[in-house]
Design a protein around this ligand. Structure first.
Ligand SMILES: Nc1ncnc2c1ncn2[C@@H]1O[C@H](COP(=O)(O)OP(=O)(O)OP(=O)(O)O)[C@@H](O)[C@H]1O
Ligand SMILES: [Mg+2]
Length: 597
């Protein structure tokens, strides 16, 4: 048999290698923006179209490239950033492998225009799937502009695995944020389909954080700083009272490179000690400066994992630095003259008329009319329980209990509140204990979903409209959720730039806070993306229910407890909250008996 091993041609080898570096449009944005910063640009513009699936164009005013370099930069292992093996241990630039551009041209149609300051004319070069189409002299401004079209056009399997535009755009925004937070001294712009998401001038770090995450964060963070021979650490951490259960504002940078580090992360959280509840996490933006030879960047293709020579010592510094800062700010008022002016009145969109607040009523609403829509709520409590908990004893002894389970919902029996959190009542020969807050959440969740699908949700007009400002990165997401929110009675519309105005809230909710609700919704989406919920309606309904359900330790009257109990067991799925936590448990007679053995 003849020899069978062949060396793969370059374009196939490049395509395979590209799989490591370029996984989605966001990877292209990351690699190109990093190249621009490495080229000393003071201004970078990333313009993406259709979440980067049709076109990504990055322009910068950096060093530009000579005619020869313009061709060479697309070769594998072609880099200007290291020359010797030793350089690998002292990396100060984002790039060093000379792989990013070679990977991008292997899986897309690329055009680049580039010019150095000292040259009169620049170079235009076009490459499709690693194949050079043309290279010629061109008139262009100083710097480099790279257009990447139809990513994965020649790898259909990869293209098919791209997620929805909203998700891919979110990833792009995330990558962009990481560079923007590392280089506040570089002006950076990100636009999607010609609409600006970010337009950031050169600014100081605090201003950049506020510009990226919105004005809300301005009063939530405090500075930290420590300067030792091993490491310099500075940045900002969240005030303890602003820690949240789901948190996406966690950023570590080392020598201006974003990285992830579970051990450091834990040490930051632990440093807060009892100042934050155990299920919450603080914000932090921590910047390490460290001699480059004491870290190893080259352990993962995306360079977000970094090995530190002095890990244990750094952890100790993190802890003392965070604690010191928390201690100091408890004593000092937080005045910072570096921050942006605090007035931020959104501009009135052109052609918008001012309207008097009014009350919207539904003239056809008749509280005494029977609802004719099919309702899962007609099933009795007993029927439902027997389906949910197979084997449960459903034949109570009427003589002993005085209770017919199939009629429980209409039977009168006593309800008790325990620890301000739980409702206990008799069930068969045992008892049922209900988590009142979770029960309320489940009831509201199903109510939102049902009324959305039947179009019966009523909105309660606010006397004074409220404005909500969200981080610019979240604007496209919130825009896409507006129709669902409106169908659920949350009357909200866009009000220019990153501001939305709320005219009405879902009727009949006492504890509803528009701002909390929107922030919770955005946080939830960032955390779980599309993966967890079947559709936007479920996610919005959960978020609305979560932010408007009763707070813990709410004292309830017996009538309220009974009402909640009946509403819960009128739900289609009363056993769990929308996020899968148990809502109640039952102790039957056998379990009582066991306790007394
Ligand atoms: N925007 C730019 N301006 C000037 N030169 C650039 C630009 N982008 C790339 N280059 C040049 O092209 C080379 C190859 O870029 P590429 O991103 O492929 O590799 P790298 O940045 O050196 O390493 P890595 O693969 O780790 O990113 C760079 O080393 C740099 O010299
Ligand atoms: Mg690079």
């Amino acid at each position: 048999m003849s020899d069978i091993i062949k060396v793969l041609p370059d374009h196939i080898a490049n395509q395979i290698a590209a799989g490591e570096v370029i996984q989605r449009p966001a990877s292209v944005v990351k690699e190109l923006v990093e190249n621009s910063v490495d080229a000393g640009a003071t201004s970078v513009h990333a313009a993406v179209y259709d979440a980067g699936k049709s076109l990504i164009r990055i322009s910068d005013n950096g060093s530009g490239m000579s005619e020869t370099d313009a061709r060479l930069c697309f070769e594998r292992h072609a880099t200007s950033k290291i020359t010797r093996a030793d350089d690998l241990f002292a990396i100060t630039s984002f790039g060093f492998r000379g792989e990013a551009l070679a990977s991008i041209v292997a899986v897309a149609q690329v055009e680049m225009k580039t010019k150095r300051k000292e040259d009169k004319t620049g170079t235009l070069i076009e490459i499709n799937g690693s194949e050079l189409i043309r290279q010629e002299e061109a008139m262009c401004s100083d710097g480099t502009m790279i257009s990447v079209r139809n990513l994965f056009y020649n790898v259909p399997a990869r293209r098919k695995f791209l997620k929805s535009d909203a998700t891919e755009l979110n990833r792009i925004i995330e990558e962009f944020q990481r560079v923007a937070l590392a280089y506040p001294d570089v002006a950076m712009q990100l636009s999607h389909n010609d609409k600006d998401i970010y337009h950031l001038p050169r600014q100081n770090l605090r201003q950049r954080i506020v510009a990226v995450f919105g004005k809300n964060i301005e009063n939530r963070i405090i500075p930290v700083k420590i300067d030792t021979t091993v490491v310099q650490l500075e940045g900002f951490i969240g005030k303890p009272e602003t820690a949240t259960r789901t948190n996406s504002h966690n950023f570590f940078f080392v020598n201006r490179r974003f990285f992830k580090h579970p051990f450091f992360y834990k040490s930051v959280v632990n440093a807060y000690g009892n100042l934050i509840p155990s299920d919450t996490r603080p914000d932090f933006f921590l910047y390490f400066s460290i001699p480059p030879e004491t870290i190893d960047v080259n352990i993962h293709p995306t360079k977000t994992e970094i090995k530190f020579e002095n890990e244990q010592i750094i952890v100790r510094y993190i802890t003392s630095c965070v604690r010191e800062s928390l201690g100091k700010t408890n004593m000092m008022p937080a005045i910072d003259f570096d921050t942006l002016p605090s007035f931020d009145i959104p501009p009135m969109p052109k052609g918008k008329e001012v309207s008097m607040p009014g009350i919207k009523i539904d003239p056809t609403f008749n509280p005494f009319k029977n609802d004719t829509t099919p309702n899962p709520r007609t099933e009795s409590f007993g029927d439902k329980l027997s389906k949910m908990i197979p084997g449960i004893q459903l034949e109570p002894d009427p003589v002993q209990t005085g209770l017919n389970l199939n009629e429980t919902a209409s039977e009168k029996h006593s309800f008790f509140q325990i620890a301000g959190k739980y409702i206990v009542t008799q069930y068969g020969k045992g008892m049922i204990c209900i988590h009142q807050q979770r029960a309320h959440m489940r009831v509201l969740y199903e109510d939102f979903l049902q009324k959305e699908s039947t179009g019966t949700r009523v909105s309660e007009k606010l006397l004074f409209p409220e404005t909500i400002t969200v981080p610019a990165a979240d604007v496209p997401l919130l825009q896409s959720l507006l129709p669902v929110l409106q169908r659920m009675g949350f009357d909200m519309e866009e009000f220019g730039r990153d501001t939305f105005v709320v005219h009405g809230k879902p009727a009949g909710l006492n504890d509803f806070n528009s701002e909390n609700c929107v922030q919770g919704l955005l946080e939830m989406h960032r955390e779980s993306g599309e993966t967890r919920y079947k559709d936007n309606s479920e996610m919005v309904a959960y978020s609305l229910a979560r932010s408007s359900c009763m707070k813990e330790h709410k004292v309830l009257t017996e009538a309220e407890m009974e009402y909640l109990f009946q509403s819960l067991f009128a739900c289609a799925q009363p056993s769990f909250t929308p996020s899968g936590k148990p809502v109640f448990f039952i102790m039957d007679e056998n379990e009582f008996e066991k306790k007394f053995r």
